[in-house]
Design a protein around this ligand. Sequence first.
Ligand SMILES: Cc1ncc(COP(=O)(O)O)c(C=O)c1O
Length: 368
Amino acid sequence: MKISALDLKKQIAPIRKEIDLAIKEVIDNSSFILGSGVSRFEENAAKYVNARYAVGVSNGTDAISLSLLALGIGRGDGVICPAFTYYATAGAVANIGARPVFADIDRDTYNISVESVKKILTKKNKFKIRAIIPVHLYGQCADMDGILKLARKYKLKVIEDTAQAFGAEYKGKKAGTLGDCGSVSFYPGKNLGAFGDAGLILTNSKTLAEKLKILRNQGNKNKYHHLVLGRNNRMDTIQAVVLDVKLKYLDEWNKKRQPIAEYYNLNLSGLNFKTPFVPDYTTHIYHQYVLRAPVSNKGSIEHLQSKGIDSRVFYPIPLHLQKCFKYLGYKVGDFPEAEKAAKQLFTLPIYPEMTQEEKDYIICSVKN
Ligand SMILES: Cc1ncc(COP(=O)(O)O)c(C=O)c1O
């Protein structure tokens, strides 16, 4: 049997007609960038998360960079982010000239450790720290009360990296709406995926939303009047209309992932693998279902892959040990939990359309 990490063909088939129609309309109108298709999606996405504003952008990485710029953060400013996340969280910081300041992760949730952030903030830093980017990794929220408390105390901005958790909830509020900004990625493999690159920024601040709209569009408010040094980070209309169709199904899809995770948890309990830990304060939308091996994920991955199961490691090298961040001066041992997670975690396929046979085959292969 072959089981991929996710199957987008199965997701798209039942809504194909709706999507085709939406794309046809964009082609008929020949309006391909921003415009009413993007505004409609922004309104619906804002309503979905109960935020006052949503600003459509080119991808989730730019959503982070633009949020930082709109918050007045840039060259030389320190921005705290977890050492264990996708590259883009810190890449977006470094690419605007700011400096990623890494924090370790929590041993159980794999999200940023509030204790580690506290340690950074209470020591003397070479750089003025201006912001924190908690990442809601794998589909569940970071400890936002802890982060927001520190942010208030040290007057820091908070950008929630919601790339993997669009639709998850922290104490009843949607991920991405608790900080100053929430950045979202609609990379095709995300729970809500576009047909290419796309992203979104959530905020409750009118001033920020207005700044973001100017920054994403070459610093323009009115054409050819460039108020600030902006970027070309606009959202494509085709992506917006595809996302607008899919948004209606997102909760249904996210809900279907949960019983799959519960089925894995139940059937894999009592083995040597640690199943996901979900604190009371958050829901989990299982963008990834992650197991932890006792020492190394290598044997598990190789075995599962030999059985045709697309098990993966997100992420094999923590960010403080990536070559591109060598200039920051971190070394092995600086973030032990991030380093352990990189060695021990591995995923099992999870997507709403999985069959019983597939789930049982995966469980049987893990047990073997
Ligand atoms: C945690 C995290 N942050 C940021 C991004 C960047 O999003 P994008 O690929 O849309 O630029 C991703 C997606 O890949 C991600 O998983």
